[in-house]
Structures are given as structure tokens and as C-alpha cells.
Ligand binder design. Structure first.
Ligand code: GRG
Length: 295
């Protein structure tokens, strides 16, 4: 009895960082499990890309958003893993020679460098479809069935042609001469913000958020997506340009590093304010937002 009582007590005294670390380990273990069902070259390529590092920012956001309400954690896990699989697919395709043509990802050879373009293309497709399989097959309590279907539909939309993929199209057709804050904002909101918004909305919906809570978390996700991309652009602009590669859209290059840093802070603060306004405590969400202002 003593031991059982200590479990919730231990939960309460765990720091926010410890809880996030525990979530990350749970996600890593589950991703490893779902990707171990076969050892074909395709699954080897999928595992190479998903299990080779990564901050797991999107699954953490999903679990943190659920945690802000009253979740049953086991219900959320397949959805948290699904957003990471979608993210990993987008990275594989983004690294291909017809896109960014990158050789290194997370400090290791990109998927096509290790397995060839044909297998890498299919590995991306395999991860995308596996994500939807995980969500469709996830067991949820009866009262959450409608929300589960909503999450699957929304995730498809936000990751799709009007969301992340649409953002990637804006990226490849971008012209620096005609760039405005609005056009770059739309690009970032779609390319990076859409999947981040999908991640927090999935967690909030399945965590039982009210419509006010959901509205707050959605505004948080959109602002965090913008902050995430501006931050990435600040780091990117500080690096030497890649040999022979045309410079893609970059907030810090277009508007200057100082203005980009101001905007990064503004987007993080606007995200936190949205939570405040909606009465969402969400300590884990706040901590993840805070990470974007750190080195
Ligand atoms: C579908 C081809 C295709 C592309 C979709 C998301 C995307 C568009 C492309 C990925 C490339 C990219 C640089 C996107 C911007 C967002 C970003 C900084 C991704 C890196 O995400 P992190 O930092 O990476 O979360 P880890 O390695 O931690 O998972």
C-alpha cells in the first residue's frame, strides 16, 4: 500500500523537465516498437530516419497539450507517435535531391544517401501511411470516438495540400524580391506551423479540452509554429550558405537577424498569452515554448 501511494506523490514532485523527459522516453520506446514489425530494407530505412535522434518536439507538444486537460495518457500515445512519423516523412522528402538535396540529417547520412533515392521516397510514403494506420487503429474510450475521427481528419488536412505540403510548395516557388511579412508568414504557418498546430490540437481534443481550451491551444500552436520557423531561420542565416544551393526563403535573411529575434520573442509571448486568455494552465506547454527562447 505504501508503495502504491508513493506513485502519485512521486508524480507530483517530478519537475516539468523530468516529466517531459519521461514523455520523450515513452515516445522513443513506442516508435521503436511500431517500427520493428518487419526488417525489410524499407523498414530499415524508416527506422534509420525516425530512430536516429530528433527532439520529439511535436509528440511532446501533443502529450503536453493533453496534459493541460484531463487525459488518459495511453490514449494519446499513438497520436503523439503519428505526428512524429509525419514529421520524419517530411524530412526524408525534404532532403531529397529534387528538394533541398541534403546529405546529412541529425548528424547522420540522410535517408537517400544511406538507402538510395528510390527507397527513401518509399520510406517517406511508408511513414506517412503508418501514421494514419496508428491513429485509425488507436483504441479510445467510446466518448472520444467522434474526437478521434476529428483528429484524423484534421491531421490529414493540416499535413496536406492546404497545410504542410502546400507550405512546401510556397517554399519552392518563393521569390525573395516579392517577399512580404504576410507572404513569409503564410509560408511558415503552413510549412512548419500546420503540423505543430495539428500536434497540439490532437492532444487537446483527446485530452478532453472544451471549445475555449481548444481555441487557446490552437492559437498557441500557430504562434509556436511561427516561432519555431523563425528560430530555425535565425540559426540557418548565421551558417555559411550551402555550396551551389539557391538560398531558400529565410526570415532572418529577408528582414535581418535583429528583427527576426524580436519576432521570435513576440510569437512565443503571443502563444503564452493565448493560453492565459483561454485559462489553460498547461505547464508543460509553457516549458516547451520557453525552449524556443533558449540556445
Ligand atoms: C512534404 C517535402 C515535404 C516537406 C514538408 C516540414 C517540411 C515541409 C520540410 C522539412 C524541412 C524543414 C527545414 C522544415 C522546417 C521545420 C524544421 C525546422 C524542421 C526540423 O524540425 P526539428 O528541429 O527536427 O524538430 P528534429 O530533428 O529535432 O526532429
Amino acid at each position: 500500500m505504501g508503495t502504491l501511494c508513493l506513485v502519485p506523490l512521486f508524480d507530483n514532485i517530478m519537475t516539468i523537465e523530468q516529466r517531459l523527459d519521461r514523455f520523450k522516453k515513452t515516445v522513443d520506446r513506442e516508435l521503436e516498437r511500431v517500427l520493428s514489425r518487419s526488417n525489410t530494407i524499407l523498414f530499415q530505412a524508416m527506422r534509420h530516419s525516425v530512430l536516429g535522434g530528433g527532439k520529439r518536439f511535436r509528440p511532446l507538444l501533443c502529450l503536453a497539450a493533453a496534459d493541460a486537460f484531463a487525459p488518459e495518457p495511453a490514449v494519446i500515445l499513438p497520436f503523439a507517435c503519428a505526428v512524429e512519423l509525419i514529421h520524419s516523412y517530411s524530412l526524408i522528402h525534404d532532403d531529397l535531391p529534387c528538394m533541398d538535396d541534403d546529405d546529412v540529417r541529425r548528424g547522420r547520412p540522410t535517408c537517400h544517401k544511406e538507402f538510395g533515392e528510390d527507397v527513401a521516397l518509399l520510406a517517406g510514403d511508408g511513414l506517412l501511411t503508418l501514421a494514419f494506420e496508428l491513429m485509425a487503429r488507436a483504441e479510445v474510450p467510446r466518448r472520444l470516438l467522434t474526437r478521434k475521427i476529428q483528429v484524423i481528419g484534421e491531421t490529414a488536412e493540416l499535413a496536406g495540400a492546404e497545410g504542410m505540403i502546400g507550405g512546401q510548395l510556397l517554399d519552392i516557388t518563393f521569390s525573395a524580391e516579392n517577399a512580404t511579412e504576410a507572404s513569409l508568414g503564410e509560408l511558415m504557418l503552413k510549412k512548419t506551423g500546420a503540423l505543430i498546430t495539428a500536434s497540439v490540437r490532437a492532444g487537446a481534443l483527446l485530452g478532453g479540452a472544451s471549445s475555449a481550451g481548444l481555441k487557446a491551444v490552437t492559437a498557441f500552436g500557430e504562434n509556436l509554429g511561427l516561432a519555431f520557423q523563425v528560430r530555425d531561420d535565425i540559426y540557418d542565416a548565421a551558417e555559411k550558405p550551402k555550396k551551389g544551393a539557391p538560398a531558400g526563403p529565410n526570415y532572418a535573411r529577408v528582414f535581418g537577424a535583429d528583427r527576426a529575434r524580436d519576432h521570435l520573442r513576440h510569437f512565443v509571448e503571443a502563444g503564452l498569452e493565448a493560453l492565459e486568455t483561454g485559462g489553460v494552465k498547461g505547464p508543460l506547454l509553457r516549458r516547451l515554448a520557453g525552449r524556443l527562447l533558449e540556445k
